[in-house]
Design a binder for this molecule. Structure first.
Ligand SMILES: [Zn+2]
Length: 204
């Protein structure tokens, strides 16, 4: 039985324990990256390629992938298919690192038993933070926070920081964006230790 290290704060401890549960369910080693596309099947999610969506006009398609591309990351249809699976569509313009976090959030909602009302949309506000509709605010925070913890677990993150790794190196290892690693450093209160070792913002 591994004695896991947990971050400070009751809420983040609870989030970490849930996230570790997701990781053991996916049978991923403590320091290994988690592939949400593999986990999606266990969550009964069917990830559809954007090109598989029929009936979109050329104009709508261009809008969603062009000028409006930054306004959406992905969405899940709340009404399941006859076989029980739920459809998830991810923005193909966002690249694998951002997509991993978006899909992980959708998986969290399922594993945490959250009930959406309609179509679940994940978007980003003008400061680049994820904003979503149709789940309760507390559910959104839990799904995003636990999903991020599953992708970048605390004990491994802490060890990487103490070894002097940069957020960029950690992000590359876990196949997530540097922003997601920085978010994890802040919520787990490793940020000051990290910043002491890396006072200048490194280029990526
Ligand atoms: Zn959400």
């Amino acid at each position: 039985m591994t004695d896991y290290e947990l971050p400070p704060g009751a809420k983040w401890r609870e989030f970490e324990l849930r996230a570790l549960g997701f990781r053991s369910f996916a049978r991923v080693r403590a320091d290994a990256p988690l592939d949400p596309f593999r986990l999606a099947k266990f969550a009964n999610l069917l990830v559809l390629d954007f090109d598989q969506i029929k009936g979109l006009s050329v104009k709508t398609r261009e809008h969603l992938l062009g000028s409006a591309s930054e306004a959406w990351s992905g969405g899940a249809c709340s009404r399941p298919l006859p076989d029980g699976r739920k459809i998830v569509i991810l923005n193909p313009q966002h690249g694998r690192l951002r997509t991993n976090a978006t899909l992980m959030e959708e998986i969290s909602h399922v594993f945490l038993g959250h009930q959406p009302n309609r179509l679940h949309i994940v978007a980003e506000d003008e400061r680049g933070r994820a904003i979503s509709r149709d789940y309760r605010k507390a559910d959104e925070e839990a799904a995003y926070g636990i999903g991020a913890a599953a992708l970048v677990p605390y004990s491994s993150l802490r060890r990487s920081v103490l070894k002097g790794q940069t957020a960029f190196q950690i992000a590359r290892h876990f196949r997530v964006s540097r922003e997601l690693v920085e978010y994890r450093l802040k919520v787990t209160r490793l940020w000051r230790t990290y910043r002491a070792a890396h006072p200048v913002r490194e280029k990526d």
